[in-house]
Design a protein around this ligand. Structure first.
Ligand code: B12
Ligand code: SF4
Ligand code: SF4
Length: 387
């Protein structure tokens, strides 16, 4: 055990080193049960707002979220970290081709990989300073821990009405990460202000009304859930409001006044990869499994898998209103994809675009389609296109 003055000096060194690694915000939260946040999480679960994210409801993980010491019994403090990624923009491409939109957190290298590397370095630094190994666990996104709650308690920002952790200087385009530590670092002051005031822009702008009054989100309705985590067909009533989002959604962040301050760029570790932020939908619909894997190697987009991504691209092209030869032909190719999920959503999109060529392709596909759900989608699409 180190003396309090030494621990204070160590805390300052940890913060400085974390910043040198690339983290923009560093705070220390107490390793305590998140009482208010935990109650909120339990009622969110009870209401079924986690949709089909089974990992959010697994009993041992539900307990761990209520008590970080079930993850690390020796835990005495939590380092809470945040790093800026690129902000979503309204910039349009120069050509007329219909394009999708990818949430900006997924434009560059997968943050899970990058931040785990940085945290491993930080733990090594701390152990070097203390001169022995320290019990620790670190997470970014994938651990059974309420990251935003911890970030508030470590002083990084407040929970906006959109549910996101917002820092008054940096906004909300932040990744969060934390290190549970068997070292009694002195906690920082929790962030106690609510800087949303009377603003309701995010709630008003959410196309699917997914934002709930208690600063949580009903995942069943959230475009981010529907395009990333959801594995099956997109409920038909939610396809139109998805617009051209093909992976995630940033609407409740783009409208937030706290994200207006420059710069648009985030940490260079997350610089956009070519062809990712605004993909040409007709090209994405033709990606083979090999091409998909190559394009999204080391990217967060691979989480939705090729079939989820092409499903989303079909919905977005259906919503584009673009009836060019290129769009219709790409959808006809997708109507014969080896994945039934892709065929079903291509059928919906062709029905929505409703050109004679699309109808002919749907009729021909119906004659050979063997999957009952896809046949159903084709029939509905034919009805829709004849209206
Ligand atoms: C499941 C999940 C989702 C689900 C459900 C979203 C949701 N809002 O619950 C889906 C797939 C929809 C999703 C979407 C997104 N996600 Co997400 N997601 C998660 C995950 C894995 C768990 C969240 C969770 O526990 N939800 C359950 C609810 C009940 O908890 P909560 O949202 O954290 O809310 C807590 C606080 O609001 C707290 N609370 C509310 N008011 C107050 C007031 C005070 C004073 C206090 C102390 C606490 C408090 O109570 C709640 C329970 O603790 C976290 C990582 C993690 N392990 O925490 C990332 C995480 C929240 N996601 C993240 C991101 C980036 C996104 C997206 C922006 C991605 C995108 N562009 O598409 C969207 C944003 C949607 C939105 N408006 O929230 C970041 C958020 C960073 C930030 N600045 O807040 C996280 C932290 C991942 C990371 N490591 O960076 N996500
Ligand atoms: S991410 Fe999009 S769909 Fe989800 S709550 Fe925000 S605005 Fe609504
Ligand atoms: S848009 Fe307004 S209400 Fe929503 S999080 Fe930002 S400041 Fe808060």
């Amino acid at each position: 055990m180190k003396a309090p003055t030494e621990l204070r000096a160590l805390k300052a060194e940890i913060k400085a080193y974390a910043r040198s690694l690339g983290f923009d915000l560093v705070g220390i939260a107490p390793c305590e049960a998140p009482e208010e946040g935990y109650a909120r999480y339990l009622s969110w679960l009870e209401a079924g707002h986690h949709a089909e994210m089974g990992y959010m409801a697994r009993p041992e993980n539900v307990q761990r979220r209520g008590n970080p010491r079930l993850i690390l019994p020796e835990c005495q403090s939590i380092i809470t970290l945040a790093v800026r990624y690129y902000k979503q923009t309204d910039k349009k491409a120069q050509d007329e081709k219909p394009r999708g939109k990818v949430a900006s957190y997924a434009w560059g290298d997968d943050y899970h990989d990058v931040l785990v590397r940085w945290m491993r370095e930080l733990v090594k630094f701390i152990e070097g300073k203390v001169g022995r190994s320290i019990p620790n666990r670190y997470y970014t996104d994938t651990g059974p821990i309420l990251e935003r709650d911890i970030a508030v308690r470590g002083g990084l920002g407040w929970l906006g009405k959109n549910g996101l952790l917002i820092n008054p200087q940096l906004g909300s385009y932040l990744f969060l990460a934390e290190i549970l530590l068997g070292l009694p670092l002195e906690p920082d002051e929790p962030f106690s202000a609510d800087l949303c005031g009377s603003c309701t822009r995010c709630i008003d702008a959410c196309p699917t009304h997914a934002i709930l009054p208690n600063r949580t989100v009903d995942a069943n309705l959230c475009i981010s859930y529907l395009t990333i985590e959801h594995r099956g067909a997109v409920p038909s009533e939610l396809r139109e409001p998805i617009g051209n989002w093909v992976f995630g959604c940033d609407i409740c962040q783009t409208v937030c006044p706290w994200n207006r301050r420059p710069p648009e760029e985030g940490n260079p570790a997350f610089a956009p990869r070519a062809g990712v932020p605004r993909p040409i939908l007709s090209e994405e619909l033709r990606l083979t499994p090999q091409e998909f894997n190559r394009k999204f190697k080391g990217s967060a987009v691979k989480r939705t898998k090729r079939r989820g991504y092409l499903r989303n691209a079909a919905v977005a092209l259906g919503n584009s209103g673009n009836t060019s030869k290129e769009s219709i032909e790409a959808l006809i190719t997708a109507l014969h994809d080896h994945e039934p999920l892709v065929r079903a959503h291509a059928a919906w999109a062709l029905g929505r675009l409703g050109k004679a060529e699309a109808r002919r392709a749907l009729q021909a596909a119906l004659a050979s389609e063997e999957n009952a759900e896809v046949r159903q989608e084709i029939r509905r699409a034919l009805l829709q296109s004849s209206k």
